[in-house]
Write a protein of this length. Structure first.
Length: 116
């Protein structure tokens, strides 16, 4: 069983920043990929950013240049630094871990609200 615990969400004004954290209950090297997804009301869940075991990152076009995914292997933690936040970034953000079999594990989600 894998547990992913997210933290760092909240309310921020447009243009502000937040950093999300996701701590895994086992080494993040045991997964092929770690990522962040988000789901806004009435919309499908979408991939925001991901990092492979080898350190390759990819981002949704809508967040490129504003968001950065990183990891601390010693802490089994993945981060999502979000800068230049916009109201359209408002969503529940979910941490995801995918193993070599393609099985997905999910965190409980953390709310990010961008509003003045």
């Amino acid at each position: 069983q894998v547990e992913l615990v997210e933290s760092g969400g909240g309310l921020v004004q447009p243009g502000g920043s937040l950093r999300l954290s996701c701590r895994a209950s086992r080494s993040i090297f045991s997964f092929n990929r770690m990522g962040w997804y988000r789901q806004a009301p009435g919309k499908e869940r979408e991939l925001v950013a991901a990092v492979t075991r080898g350190g390759i990152t990819n981002y949704a076009d809508s967040v490129k240049g504003r968001f950065t995914i990183s990891r601390d292997i010693t802490k089994s933690t993945v981060y999502l630094q979000m800068n230049g936040l916009k109201p359209e970034d408002t969503a529940v953000y979910y941490c995801n871990a995918r193993n070599e079999l393609g099985e997905d594990y999910w965190g409980q989600g953390t709310q990010v609200t961008v509003s003045s």
